[in-house]
Design a protein around this ligand. Sequence first.
Ligand code: ASP
Length: 320
Amino acid sequence: MAASNPSARSPITALVVHGGAGTIVRTQLTPEREASIRAGLNHALDAGHAVLQAGGSARDAVTAAVVALEDDANFNAGHGAVFNHDGVNELDASIMDGHTLEAGAVAGVRRVKNPIQLARAAMEKSPHVMLVGTGAEGFGQTVPDIAFVDPKFFFTEERWRQLRAAQAEEAAGAVAPPSAHFGTVGAVALDAHGHLAAATSTGGMTNKRWGRVGDSPIIGAGTYATDRCAVSGTGWGEFFIRLNVAADICARVAYRGDGLQAAADEVVMHRLPALGGDGGAIAVDADGNIAMPFNTEGMYRGWVRPDGTRGTAIFGDDAR
Ligand code: ASP
């Protein structure tokens, strides 16, 4: 099949990862913590970029990058997932291949070490797109290479403290702080064949209840990819669902002919806050352009552009 990259004269690749957007208070971010977060982002870039360098697919690259972030307790996904109201970790993830428009998603899984791998298995090995809870785990038991862990694997002191703090605030009558969430992870990639993919993984929002599912596993809201645009979002999931954020960015590129940056900025910097939501997104297009807008204080992010320039950043005034 012909490569979809309109500028496919010589193969180019691009990769962007995020580790969540939200209130990241500069004075509370110790140098050690910042170094650890940047190391985690770089590790994910290494994992995804190695795939792209070897001529591998965008779907393999985003999977590798997100697995690395899920395994890092700095981030709210996989091992470092936040707790729900009942003190349980319920994990959500999704992946989409822009070339084939195949997609897979899982929500509310409690024992799967790397939910992005189960989402990918749902895409490749089931006739469905989205699987939830015990059903998703039952499917996972039929797939070799899906690692199951005791739920205690997801316990970290920091996330437990965050749950206790959120519940104390709730008991004191405070409205749940919308921007206290961050740490969801995601990746978008353009491979040397001109194909795009996006993946997102999260523990959701601290103190969530009633089986709450956010945008991260919703194809269109938290994750979307076409042959022209791939997006992974992070932020207050309810608003991302209501605005269909990831798909809206790609639709603006496809139907309005907007540039990637303009499309992402319009949705993240205008439409989202206008509705009362917050967060950010990472995006890449078929020409290797990247965009990383966020309307919060910070967004953990890292990138490798087609020319090989690479970086990580946290705050708005960091390098882009
Ligand atoms: N979007 C995620 C959710 O609502 C949370 C986050 O990105 O921090 O579940």
